[in-house]
Design a binder for this molecule. Structure first.
Ligand code: ZN
Ligand code: ZN
Length: 234
């Protein structure tokens, strides 16, 4: 069994991917989507939510405690040691932080917390003035984690328009089509990945080294998926 989001090999009893934190097995397509206000929140609401989320994230989940919603009256000694300095973070860093937060919460088996942060992470990305390929991959993985394959496919298409043979596009596409139970389409994406893999990885794109484990895991799954097809001949 492999993770539907990142492709990591999972044990048969795993409820969450240890790599990216995606939920495993049934329910990932329906459970999350129902409660998520996709595209509903406006930019202003999104900004507010992001600030709240970052304060919450910075609190390290030690409870409501001393996070000062009143604007800095809490004594510094009461604040968590690892509280991030939000004012020093770029919007890109905030988005990445929320993305990592969602993935980590899943790994830790805290789906409720992850579900709470997932729309905020997507909002943080939606507010960025420009999205590079890596940001679009993160958005796509968040979409897949939230059980929204159509949104992940849209990110894959945009990546492909920017860099026609970028491996992240094939990865998102294969996972999304699997979620949509389009196994023929998924197999095509797996094949495309393998076709372009060697040439792409020699390009040494920074996002490839950042996600090297995801790429290696996906390679294994793509090989298995395409080999199975050849031997069964179905
Ligand atoms: Zn995963
Ligand atoms: Zn990345």
């Amino acid at each position: 069994m492999n993770c539907h989001a990142c492709g990591a090999a999972l044990t048969s009893t795993a409820r969450f991917c240890h790599k990216c934190g995606a939920q495993v097995g049934g329910g990932q397509a329906s459970g999350w989507r129902a409660g998520l206000p996709w595209g509903v929140a406006g930019a202003a609401l999104g900004a507010l939510l992001t600030v709240v989320a970052l304060r919450f994230a910075g609190s390290g989940e030690r409870g409501a405690g001393p996070v000062d919603a009143t604007g800095g009256t809490a004594p510094r000694s009461l604040l968590p040691v690892n509280a991030p300095d939000i004012s020093q973070m770029s919007p890109e860093e905030r988005a990445t932080r929320l993305y990592n937060r969602v993935m980590m919460l899943h790994t830790q088996g805290k789906p409720d917390s992850a579900e709470f942060f997932l729309p905020m992470a997507l909002q943080a990305y939606a507010m960025l003035p420009a999205l590079d390929v890596d940001a679009r991959y993160h958005i796509g993985v968040l979409d897949l984690t939230g059980g929204n394959p159509a949104a992940a496919l849209a990110q894959a298409d945009t990546i492909r328009r920017t860099v026609p043979t970028h491996l992240f596009a094939f990865m998102l596409r294969a996972r999304a089509l699997e979620l949509e139970r389009d196994s023929a389409g998924a197999r095509r994406a797996y094949r495309d990945f393998l076709t372009h893999e060697a040439a792409e990885r020699t390009r040494q794109r920074p996002e490839y080294s950042e996600h090297a484990e995801n790429l290696d895991a996906f390679h294994g799954q793509a090989t298995a998926a395409t080999a199975g097809k050849a031997t069964r001949g179905s």
